[in-house]
Ligand binder design. Structure first.
Ligand SMILES: [Zn+2]
Length: 143
């Protein structure tokens, strides 16, 4: 196996062999013998890296498919929850005591993020109006 092949060492060895020596016949033979040893290892390393890249590419494609499926499933579940919730909303909006409006802006409970009740039976204020009041108070405090 070529997993421990030191590519930097091979590179250094080849640079020394090819560029820093005067060549004679023995040197040339030496270079050829080194090539016979290192080139198959380099080819094996390239093949190993190519196979690894192929595996990773397939894994990424698989993750993209799974993500697409998860997004579709999420959308389907959200639509299902919305459908299941719809009759509850309708019943609730038809019952005035269950869906009281904000006493400031008139929006019903089901149309605001939060409706706060002062005491039993009201009055009520919604989170939009609370934020508006907070803005007014901040603005006045800043003068
Ligand atoms: Zn309001």
């Amino acid at each position: 196996m070529t997993a421990s092949l030191d590519l930097e060492a091979v590179k250094r060895e080849w640079q020394t062999s090819l560029f820093e020596r005067e060549f004679d016949g023995d040197d040339l033979l030496d270079v050829v013998q080194r090539a016979e040893k290192t080139v198959p290892a380099l080819i094996a390393e390239v093949e190993r890296l190519t196979a690894k890249l192929k595996d990773q590419t397939e894994r990424i494609a698989q993750l993209h498919r799974e993500r697409g499926e998860a997004v579709a499933e999420f959308g389907r579940l959200r639509a299902e929850i919305e459908r299941a919730w719809q009759p509850v909303k309708e019943v609730a909006s038809a019952a005035p005591g269950f869906n009281p409006p904000c006493d400031f802006c008139g929006r019903p409970r089901l149309q605001v993020p939060k409706l706060i009740r002062a005491r039993a039976g009201g009055p009520y204020i919604c989170s939009h109006c609370v934020e508006l009041c907070a803005d007014i108070l901040r603005e006045e405090a800043g003068r």
